[in-house]
Design a protein around this ligand. Structure first.
Ligand code: HEM
Length: 430
């Protein structure tokens, strides 16, 4: 039965599953409406299982914190249509995916797997990478300086820098960086016209599932070789940790190892490059902001934090409901599906003033772009460290910068950001 006060009007609900709405900004109108009129509404959309939509900051935080009441459960972690879900379950003996990564795990497994690499991603260990990240940042700035005063900042700078950092940490050799970039883009935004996997048709009812299968198959083939190599020749990289990992005294199953490779290989760069590009966009469109940050590099961390909040590259993750309960006055039933809208929470006027504006004077904002609770982003310190290393080196070399044409965003309901950022710039002498 439909309930006018619970159900989200159809035209608004449909934007939540429309990749184009995330590219052209309509999704923010939906979020504004939801926060004001139906903070926990139900979306019932043709071809999709119904799901509850969590749009406010406090609600999203509470749900993220509690993976006992709100586990991933046996539901897809990214919103997917019924035909695609059926296709995947058919192909995998009823499972949700061809592999299992951290973001698909619940207690008690999740923490055991997270602990395999958690220490690696903590600031203490990351400090040992300072010099190497600095070298990659120096190389990136040298490339930028050679671009002749105009470039597409996304394809020329922002895409490759975080890719190189994370691939080095993982242990993927440079000749395979392009392959990893292509696979990540196909995984995060398969329906974007620029990253449709070869041989697939977005009009196919099971397109999302076939794209996921193509991704998993390519990744599996690739990392089988890396795993075998690291077991024979261990090195100081994440691939060695994954290839030799044991839990409860036993090697981890192949599908969990693949899931680990998949999340490190993909989660770490598209997100960081979207945030890096957003920071440059903010500087290029606002000469006053550029002048302030250039004159006072201690503002760089605030610039970075605001770019991550404003963009919120991970737009949604799904959770499920463990047992019948009431939440925000809504009757949740066991197995219900929830969509966490991070970019909406990060503009919630109850917590973040004037959230649509890009402001570096917010002080400490506890935004939710990295999630919250047990699954909070493992790479958040690395992302900040890399971005800081780049901007600290790049800004002193730029005399002026301005937008130089239309920007373009990728089409995805999961991870999206700028895919084109034309800028023109003048360099300082020397
Ligand atoms: C600005 C850049 C980044 C953003 C916005 C971002 C965002 C997120 C979000 C929203 C989650 C889910 C959190 C939750 O469910 O509560 C997540 C999880 C994760 N991220 Fe990031 N991320 C970024 C960079 C990175 C980097 C550089 C890495 C390093 C490889 C990384 C690795 C991971 C991993 C492994 C998880 C899964 C953690 C778990 O489930 O326990 N991320 N990230």
């Amino acid at each position: 039965m439909a309930h006018a006060d619970i159900d989200i009007p159809d035209d608004i609900a449909r934007t939540l599953v429309d990749p184009k709405a995330y590219a052209d900004g309509r999704i923010h109108q939906t979020y504004d409406w939801l926060r004001a009129n139906n903070r926990v509404g139900r979306a019932t959309i043709d071809g999709f299982d119904p799901f509850w939509v969590i749009s406010r900051y406090e609600d999203l935080r509470e749900i993220s914190l509690d993976n006992t009441r709100f586990p991933y459960g046996d539901r897809p972690v990214v919103v997917i249509d019924q035909a695609s879900e059926a296709f995947v379950r058919n192909m995998t003996d009823g499972k949700l995916s061809m592999f299992r990564s951290l973001v698909q795990m619940d207690p008690p497994d999740h923490i055991k797997y997270r602990l395999l690499t958690q220490a690696w991603f903590m600031p203490k260990n990351l400090r040992t990478l300072d010099a190497r990240i600095g070298e990659i940042a120096d190389k990136t700035v040298a490339k930028f300086r050679g671009l002749g005063g105009a470039c597409d900042f996304v394809s020329d700078v922002a895409l490759y820098y975080p890719l190189e950092v994370v691939m080095e940490i993982l242990g993927v050799p440079p000749r395979d960086f392009d392959l990893m970039l292509r696979l990540t883009q196909q995984n995060f935004s398969p329906s974007d016209p620029d990253s449709i996997p070869e041989g697939l048709d977005p009009a196919d009812p099971a397109f999302a599932a076939k794209a996921a299968r193509a991704f998993a198959t390519s990744l599996d083939a690739y990392f089988a070789g890396i795993s075998a190599d690291r077991r024979a020749n261990p090195r100081d990289d994440i691939a060695t940790i994954i290839a030799t990992a044991e839990i409860d005294g036993r090697p981890i199953p192949a599908e969990d190892a693949l899931g680990y490779y998949a999340i490190i290989a993909t989660a770490g760069h598209d997100t960081t490059s979207s945030s890096t590009a957003r920071a440059m966009w903010a500087l290029a469109r606002d000469p006053e902001l550029f002048a302030r940050v250039k004159a006072d590099p201690s503002l760089i961390p605030a610039l970075i934090e605001e770019a991550i909040r404003w963009e919120t590259p991970v737009k949604t993750f799904m959770r499920s409901v463990a047992h019948d309960l009431e939440f925000a006055g809504r009757p949740f039933r066991a197995g219900d599906w929830l969509m966490l809208c991070y970019a909406s929470a990060n503009r919630d006027e109850a917590v973040i003033e004037d959230g649509a504006s890009f402001r570096i004077d917010r002080g400490k904002t506890e935004h939710l772009a990295f999630g919250f609770g047990p699954h909070v982003c493992l790479g958040q310190h690395l992302a900040r460290q890399e971005m800081r290393a780049l901007f600290e080196r790049m800004l002193p070399t730029i005399r002026s910068v301005a937008l130089d044409g239309d920007t373009d965003m990728s089409q995805s309901v999961f991870v999206n950001g700028l895919k084109r950022l034309p800028i023109r710039f003048e360099l300082e002498a020397g």
